[in-house]
Design a protein around this ligand. Structure first.
Ligand code: ATR
Length: 280
């Protein structure tokens, strides 16, 4: 059904979608590779999700990204969902296959892991214990992806412990729930700390946490990218730790999606980073 020489359209299904940086990323790559196509925003309210998704093959779309509030609701509308997306319980990318059927993926967690490895090539998910803060959708993607990539000890702390417990139950024995109040002690011996709470994002208070027990060689990641450096990352950087913000997740989750839709695995170049920086 798809033809490499035909104008290819992909986009983002969400409600709202106006603030997404994904069009900048994918349209940059389309232009860079001389591929005729466009990535567009589809503002789809929940009651129109089914009609919108059913219409994708008929419209000849290559696929789409999926964001709030559709990441779970889209499951029954897809013909197949890959294992990791199933374990995460959310889809962030849909591919329209050649036969017009729809496959769902979730590249968010792997995108985050890739951005950590780009920043510190010596780190791997099985390098040592990991502490993840937060138990929302972003945390679930990161924790499930870390476990799938071989992490053996993921300490998970969340203000509401039941939500952390639920992730532990669905991801498996690598996940150890620790009390929110014990998050500082849980820094002992870790190889990586990830903030998947919304604390530290623009308009929110900073994450209340001393990094005195953070090991010197530990990598520190934050899923937030507005602001580009949260107080947590500033603190960690001042201590000499390698830090990574959430922009790397956004860029790295987009690469396999672009490849599936347009047949080219694109690169994250300084020019792309500059194009994104210009949107802030
Ligand atoms: P996302 O989909 O981006 O993960 P979310 O589902 O709203 O967003 O999750 C936000 C996370 O930030 C949750 O882990 C939330 O903790 P709760 O599960 O207890 O709500 C966490 N969070 C938000 N505000 C917080 C605060 N003031 N103190 C501690 N954790 C907070």
């Amino acid at each position: 059904m798809t033809n490499a020489h035909e104008f290819g359209i992909a986009g983002l299904l969400g409600w709202p979608v106006a603030h997404s940086r994904s069009p900048v990323i994918h349209n940059h790559w389309l232009a860079q590779h001389g591929i005729p196509g466009r990535y567009v925003l589809f503002a789809v309210p929940p009651e129109k999700l089914e009609a919108a998704v059913r219409g994708m093959p008929a419209l000849g779309l290559r696929g789409c990204n999926v964001t709030t509030p559709h990441k779970q609701a889209i499951f029954p509308l897809l013909d197949r969902v890959d294992d990791l997306a199933r374990r995460i319980g959310a889809v962030n990318t849909v591919v329209v296959e050649k036969d017009g059927t729809l496959t769902g993926f979730n590249n968010d967690g792997n995108g985050f892991i890739q951005s950590l490895r780009d920043a510190d090539p010596a780190w791997r998910p099985d390098s040592g214990p990991i502490l993840v803060l937060g138990a929302g959708g972003a945390s679930r993607a990161v924790v499930a992806s870390l476990a799938a990539q071989g992490a053996t000890e993921i300490r998970l702390a969340n203000r509401t412990p039941d939500k952390a417990q639920e992730i532990a139950q669905s991801v498996g024995s690598a996940v150890k729930v620790v009390p929110w109040e014990a998050r500082e002690e849980a820094l002992d011996g870790i190889a990586m700390l990830a903030n998947a709470t919304s604390l530290g994002s623009a308009g929110k208070p900073p994450l209340p946490m001393s990094l005195d027990r953070l090991p010197k060689g530990a990598l520190v990641g934050d899923l937030i990218y507005v602001p580009p450096e949260t107080p947590l990352l500033a603190d960690a950087r001042a201590r000499g730790n390698i830090t990574v913000n959430g922009l790397g997740l956004l860029l790295n989750q987009a690469r396999p999606a672009f490849n599936a839709w347009f047949g080219v695995m694109p690169e994250i170049t300084p020019a792309l980073r500059a194009a994104i920086a210009a949107t802030f």
